[in-house]
Design a protein around this ligand. Structure first.
Ligand SMILES: Nc1ncnc2c1ncn2[C@@H]1O[C@H](COP(=O)(O)OP(=O)(O)O)[C@@H](O)[C@H]1O
Ligand SMILES: [Mg+2]
Length: 349
């Protein structure tokens, strides 16, 4: 039993019908998550991330398919699922009038904890999420990043082994985002919490998540570590510079003999996207030298997850985001600065 996946889905599908038009928001989601994993569900706006999370957290019944979450079936035992998960939705409240610590104690009572164990748990989370400096402030007085941490603490009062976070960092400035991630990583270290979150920020999925599931148009199009996705689906971009365009064209001929990848010529430069740029770069320089062509500059740039998304879908994530409902961009601009203190008005959420 202990090796049972903490999440297991089979063909989870959700179709919405409005005004005789049917939208397949999530199609045939089939995957497993092991205990202790940190999984990022990455995809543009409208990809189906929230809908997936809402099915897994029993807030929305699937049109087809099944899932087991922490040992319970989402349809047959939604109560069992809810008792064992924490969930912070995309649009979180953050407008409570109580002080942070009292808010946590109320939440403990809601989950049926005794007053004593609620106090112990609240203090543990106040420490883990670094809330002590404002534990006696009311939630309304906090910055965006602080509120998000309080939301996470609230979701963890009953010590669930699995935490779902829907776009936890959206709307925060880069510093607060980095800070939030440190806390998420720490929670996992300290409490062994399995974390399943969604994001449309490539850099953070790349940097912090050990497993990235790329979602596009309701489907999972890739599922692996960021490192392997980049190595297998994208490649380093190797760019070599020459004296002039003629020389660059001659050089491209030489480079084409070294790789089956396309060598593009742009003005005085030749560039190749290759899975093993580290090896290609010196080999190309040597071959060009032998051909009597002088290399003026050489760079190798590692791929990003955006290159992976492009390789998988033919669009960059940004383009895909722009064509989705671009509502979140506004939130980003009204983001709060962690350091700006509690007096600022909250972004429209
Ligand atoms: N309640 C709903 N009714 C109709 N369509 C919906 C509903 N919720 C989501 N959708 C549609 O499903 C698709 C996926 O949405 P969502 O899961 O919110 O994507 P994401 O969280 O990745 O931005 C979108 O096309 C969205 O418009
Ligand atoms: Mg969403």
């Amino acid at each position: 039993m202990t090796h049972e996946p903490i999440i297991e889905t089979h063909g989870l599908t959700k179709r919405f019908t409005a005004k005789k038009k049917t939208v397949e928001a999530v199609a045939d989601l089939t995957f497993r998550v092991a205990r202790g994993e940190l999984v990022a569900f990455l995809g543009p706006n409208g990809a189906g991330k929230s809908t997936s999370l809402r099915m897994l957290t029993t807030l929305l019944p699937p049109t087809e398919g099944t899932a087991r979450v922490v040992g319970s079936d989402i349809l047959r035992d939604p109560g069992g699922v809810r008792a064992r998960i924490g969930y912070v939705g995309q649009l979180t409240s953050g407008s409570f009038a109580q002080r942070v610590r009292d808010e946590l104690l109320s939440q403990g009572a809601f989950f049926g904890l005794s007053r004593a164990s609620a106090r112990v748990r609240a203090d543990e989370l106040i420490e883990s999420l670094d809330l002590s400096s404002f534990a006696t402030r009311t939630v309304q007085q906090l910055s965006g990043g602080q509120k998000r941490r309080v939301d996470i603490a609230l979701a963890l009062m009953h010590a669930p082994p699995l935490l779902f976070l829907d776009e936890p960092s959206t709307g925060l400035d880069p510093q607060s985002r980095a800070n939030l991630w440190q806390h998420i990583l720490e929670l996992r270290e300290r409490h062994g919490t399995t974390v399943f979150l969604t994001t449309h920020y490539l850099e953070e999925a790349d940097r912090y998540a050990e497993r990235v599931m790329v979602m596009d148009r309701g489907r999972i199009v890739a599922d692996d570590t960021a490192t392997r996705l980049k190595a297998e689906l994208a490649g380093d971009v190797v760019t070599l510079g020459f004296a002039d365009a003629d020389e660059a064209r001659r050089a491209a001929g030489v480079v084409r003999g070294l790789t089956d990848r396309e060598a593009r010529v742009v003005e005085r430069e030749v560039s190749v996207t290759a899975p093993d740029g580290d090896a290609l770069l010196p080999a190309a320089i040597r071959a060009l030298d032998e051909a009597g062509i002088a290399v003026r500059s050489a760079t190798g740039v590692p791929p990003t997850l955006d290159d992976v998304f492009l390789a998988l879908t033919g669009r960059t994530l940004r383009e895909a985001d722009d064509s989705g409902q671009a509502d979140e961009n506004d939130q980003q601009q009204t983001a709060q600065d962690e350091a700006a203190g509690p007096a600022k008005k909250e972004a429209v959420r």
